[in-house]
Design a protein around this ligand. Structure first.
Ligand SMILES: [Zn+2]
Length: 150
């Protein structure tokens, strides 16, 4: 894999589908813990445990990806969770990465340029770098890739 600039370690954070799905719910807008749980159930048709949701939200908050505000609901206060700017950027990158993986899985003739990430359908440009054949969309991307990985 090419070196990608990613804050924190996405793979540690998103170790399963449930967490990925929680992010897609937050991406749509602010939500409190209970509404995340009920939206998850409605869409995935599966129960999700609060013991997974709340620690995950806390983890995201510690990493500065999520923030919360307290809103009074009746007598009680509820925490409304919302993605920060950084959290939204991370989600966008994550969704793109998943979209690429899915596209490659359903379209084996396609690959993704190792430098710019654009989709390439056949043709393109390949170059052997450090004994590995790496696929790019064009020789300019290959040149930039070598420059970045010096
Ligand atoms: Zn490219």
């Amino acid at each position: 894999m090419a070196k990608e600039a990613q804050p924190g370690n996405i793979d540690d954070l998103i170790s399963d589908f449930s967490r990925f799905y929680i992010l897609t719910i937050l991406y749509e807008g602010p939500a409190h813990g209970y509404s995340i749980i009920s939206q998850f159930k409605k869409r995935v048709k599966k129960e999700i445990s609060p013991s997974l949701v709340y620690p995950f939200l806390q983890q995201l908050e510690e990493k500065g990806l999520v923030t919360h505000t307290k809103k009074p609901v009746g007598e009680k206060e509820r925490k409304i969770f919302e993605l920060t700017e950084e959290g939204r950027e991370l989600c966008t990158r994550l969704f793109k990465r998943f979209a690429h993986l899915v596209a490659i899985a359903i379209e084996p003739s396609m690959y993704v340029c190792a430098h710019c990430g654009c989709k390439v359908y056949g043709g393109g440009y390949r170059e052997v770098i450090d004994n590995k054949e790496i696929a790019f969309c064009c020789n300019h991307c290959a040149a930039s890739f070598k420059e970045c990985n010096k």
